[in-house]
Design a protein. Structure first.
Length: 155
């Protein structure tokens, strides 16, 4: 287990501060709960946290939560972005995005405006995808792409 700011590559297997992944979400790592560690309670943080151990309780984040392949979470999660390679048993609410890598398993409700699921991931859930908070056109102004207008009735 390791906690600290400005971690560098090689410390406890954590990505280097400022490193990026293919999903472009992970920046500097603030805390790292390593494989073999187990915690219970409420976890609240502002930056990026990676969990490769076991956590039970509640997780609240203003940025990014990364669940590594060996991460086992039994918690309700509220975060801006959640990236999952391990398992979650609990509800996930992400203001921006949820990414499920091929080794992910989520058993709980998911609410997010953007959901990315790699082939092989398991999602046992109800998914709710609200519209982003930016202004949108009303549904009366939406038009299906490639649709044809209904035929006029013949008299």
């Amino acid at each position: 287990m390791g906690f600290g700011r400005g971690r560098t590559s090689g410390e406890g297997g954590a990505p280097a501060s400022g490193s990026s992944r293919s999903d472009g979400e992970v920046g500097g790592l603030t805390a790292f709960i390593d494989q073999g560690s187990s915690f219970e309670g409420k976890l609240s943080f502002k930056d990026t946290v990676r969990i490769d151990g076991h956590f039970a309780g509640e997780i609240s984040s203003e940025n990014t939560l990364v669940i590594g392949e060996t991460g086992e979470i039994e918690a309700d999660i509220r975060s801006k972005t959640v990236i999952v390679s391990g398992s979650i048993h609990g509800d996930v609410t992400a203001a921006r995005k949820v990414v499920l890598h091929k080794t992910a398993r989520v058993d709980g409700n998911v609410e997010t405006p953007s959901l990315v699921i790699e082939e092989g991931a398991v999602l046992v859930s109800q998914v709710r995808m609200p519209l982003p908070e930016s202004p949108r056109k009303s549904s009366a102004n939406l038009k299906a792409v490639g649709s044809t207008p209904p035929a006029s009735p013949k008299a």
